[in-house]
Design a protein around this ligand. Structure first.
Ligand code: CTP
Length: 422
């Protein structure tokens, strides 16, 4: 299997820049897109060139910037038509109120609007303007028109505006815009119609109001799994323990910072779910009683009684057939990875288990990469190389989809069909 560098690798993305003070943010946007492997061309309105020079973008992309609707390219072809035809996606950021009006009206008076009109590639607009202009009915009507054309709008955010006032109108952050562009290229929805629950992060078991027993889980693996499921069309609930990364957009988030809260959240959502992936690092023990006031130093040693937490995924594993979701667990092992992973798979009633080594020279905890081995009931299914967590997530979903579909393939006619949401 060839490694791809993410959904943007090799994609031709045209970034259209219009004349706003936020044009400087388009520089980061172009850099981020290029870093993710996209081939980026930049088109600018004349006003945009007053804020950022074409040379800035040309230096980043190593490609000619189109800032003149009449320009011809090296082969004497009309530059904006060439870009429009070759584009896999067009992103207009920042899009001024004026540019939105031009797009809505179908004008083609500058390089950016001409490309937008000539192209049939998916188009994303990220508006930036003063709050009064954004909320004006004319702009809102234009936005609705653009949505009606099928364009995606990355809503502006609330913050300090060029006018000195604070309000809605600030250009969305470049990484949010990149996320929307990536979603355009997401693998076609092979999880469409499925309810997916993913737990991520670690739990913290309180000792007193300021102290807890916890672990170093960052939540990155679970978040990558939730993001990949979302991009493949699933309806996703993320049960978020304590995480060092933000939860992804476009998923329902249930906060659950203790094992007890996580148990409640998982059991509540598991019965309606098609797939449950428990990537969370649930604390196995919790203090028997959390002190309501801060424990003082005293003078001597302190003993804390710990009680075993319930095994959440094992409880779900005991649900009756037909109500139990497809179950995927993780096994973080410092020793005997295969033997421990396989016994967890069996003892907890799982369909798949993802084993990874912890505590060795490479530590997956907190890392952006992971090296995992996946086991099913019949033994080892795959031993992947070290990969970015997002790629681990994509490969894991490939496996899950395959097995889930086989398990829920239409049943033989002599048996009454049990209905499972698909
Ligand atoms: N898990 C769970 N509830 C717990 C503990 C773990 O649902 N109280 C889940 C984890 O989310 C993971 C799987 O069980 O998917 C295995 O977790 P792991 O910590 O590796 O195993 P434990 O069962 O806790 O066993 P041990 O710590 O002894 O290795």
């Amino acid at each position: 299997m060839t490694e791809d560098r993410g959904s943007l690798a090799g994609r031709r993305v045209v970034v259209g820049v219009s004349g706003s003070i936020a044009a400087y943010k388009a520089v980061s946007l172009v850099r981020l897109l290029a870093e993710r492997g996209a081939i980026v061309d930049v088109a600018m309105t004349p006003a945009a060139t007053e804020f950022v020079t074409p040379l800035t973008f040309a230096s980043l992309t190593h490609r000619r910037v189109v800032d003149d609707v009449m320009a011809l390219d090296a082969d004497s072809q009309i530059a904006h038509v060439e870009l429009a035809e070759g584009a896999d996606a067009i992103v207009i950021a920042p899009a001024t109120a004026n540019l939105l009006a031009e797009l809505a009206a179908g004008n083609a008076g500058n390089a950016v609007t001409a490309i937008a009109l000539a192209s049939r590639a998916p188009l994303v607009v990220a508006p930036a303007m003063d709050a009064g202009m954004w909320t004006h009915p004319a702009t809102q009507r234009n936005i609705e028109t653009l949505r009606g054309f099928g364009h995606r709008v990355v809503e502006p955010e609330v913050g300090a505006l060029a006018s000195g006032l604070t309000g809605v109108g600030r250009l969305a952050e470049p990484d949010s815009i990149v996320e929307v562009v990536e979603r355009l290229f997401a693998r076609a929805g092979d999880l469409e119609g499925l309810q997916v629950v993913v737990s991520a992060g670690g739990t913290r078991e309180p000792i007193d109001p300021v102290r807890f027993i916890g672990n170093r889980s960052s939540g990155k693996m679970g978040v990558a799994i939730a993001e990949a499921a979302r991009d493949r069309g699933a309806s996703v609930t993320l049960i978020a323990g304590v995480m060092s990364v933000p939860p992804p957009r476009g998923v329902s988030v249930v906060d659950a910072s203790t094992a007890a809260a996580m148990r409640q959240a998982v059991l509540r959502s598991a019965s309606g779910a098609d797939v449950l992936v428990m990537a969370a690092a649930v604390a196995d023990f919790a203090p028997k009683r959390a002190s309501s006031s801060k424990i003082k130093r005293g003078g001597g040693d302190l003993q804390i009684d710990l009680v075993a937490n319930p095994d959440i995924i094992a409880e779900v594993g005991e649900m009756a057939d037909g109500t139990r979701p497809f179950l995927v667990g993780f096994a973080a092992e410092s020793d005997e990875l295969e033997a421990n992973a396989r016994s967890k798979l069996r003892d907890k009633g799982l369909d798949l288990i993802v084993g990874n080594k912890v505590g060795g020279p490479f530590d997956a905890i907190g890392s952006d990469e992971n090296k995992v081995i996946v086991f099913g009931a019949e033994g080892e299914l795959s031993d992947w190389p070290m990969l970015p967590k997002r790629q681990v997530a994509e490969r894991l979903w490939d496996l899950i989809v395959d097995r889930y579909r086989k398990a829920h393939a239409p049943e033989r006619p002599e048996r009454p069909a049990r209905s499972r949401r698909r």
